[in-house]
Design a protein around this ligand. Structure first.
Ligand code: AMP
Length: 215
């Protein structure tokens, strides 16, 4: 099972990748989470990434390609993975193709999460995340039982710095210019499946399962 979850910020890639990776017994490889861990640890990569992430721009391709090459060479990714947030540019997609070829692997599919822009804005600006388990909540449509506390693990909920309205608008523009061209790239390779990313989380998960099993 080697999959890419592709879509704009706020489309639900992380939420679905976390649950399906657990179910399928493969790692969820989220480059956003990897960068946020580097920021929290204060590593040189974290210091460089922090500045860029705060503006909503993309971290340079060479940095991201190096990061993903190290990650996919780890033993736990040998029998599969769900990529969440990578690739985000054509150069990253081309590098991934070369890397998988070197590893003697190939992609099984790319799932595109189709969500309208007003819904993305609503989701991102109201999003709260658990610091420990990364579970996502929403201030109005999916609030936790106790304000500020994760229902799943009791961790503290926080708002990402880049989920402010101005930065979200910038991130959506970056997505449209730099990442959306990947739809044609993967469609042309016969790998793309589109899933409607609006509705109940469980219904979307079932649609992804059907799409992946149908391949
Ligand atoms: P995410 O958690 O996927 O929304 O990513 C948060 C931020 O991390 C993005 O806005 C980028 O600044 C950076 N980032 C994550 N993945 C990538 C990537 N594949 N290429 C470049 N920047 C990335």
């Amino acid at each position: 099972m080697r999959l890419i979850f592709l879509g704009p910020p706020g489309a639900g890639k992380g939420t679905q990748a976390r649950e399906l990776a657990r179910e399928w017994g493969v790692p969820q490889v989220s480059t956003g989470d990897m960068l946020r861990e580097a920021v929290a640890a204060g590593t040189p990569l974290g210091r460089e990434a922090k500045r860029i992430m705060e503006t909503g721009a993309l971290v340079p391709d060479e940095v991201m390609i190096g990061l993903i090459a190290d990650r996919l060479r780890q033993p736990d990714a040998a029998s599969g993975f769900i990529l969440d947030g990578f690739p985000r540019t054509i150069a990253q997609a081309e590098a991934l193709e070369r890397l998988l070829k070197d590893l003697g692997q190939s992609l099984d599919g790319v799932v595109f999460f189709d969500v309208a822009e007003p819904e993305l804005l609503r989701r991102l600006t109201g999003r709260r995340l658990c610091r420990q388990c990364q579970t996502a909540f929403h201030v109005t449509s999916a609030p936790p039982q106790r304000e500020g506390v994760c229902d799943r693990c009791g961790g503290e909920l926080y708002q990402r710095d880049d989920d402010s309205e101005a930065t979200v608008r910038h991130r959506l523009g970056v997505y449209a210019r730099q990442t959306a061209p990947l739809l044609d790239y993967y469609r042309g390779r016969g790998l793309l499946t589109s899933v409607k990313g609006e509705g109940a989380i469980g219904t979307i998960r079932e649609a992804i399962q059907r799409a992946v099993e149908g391949r």
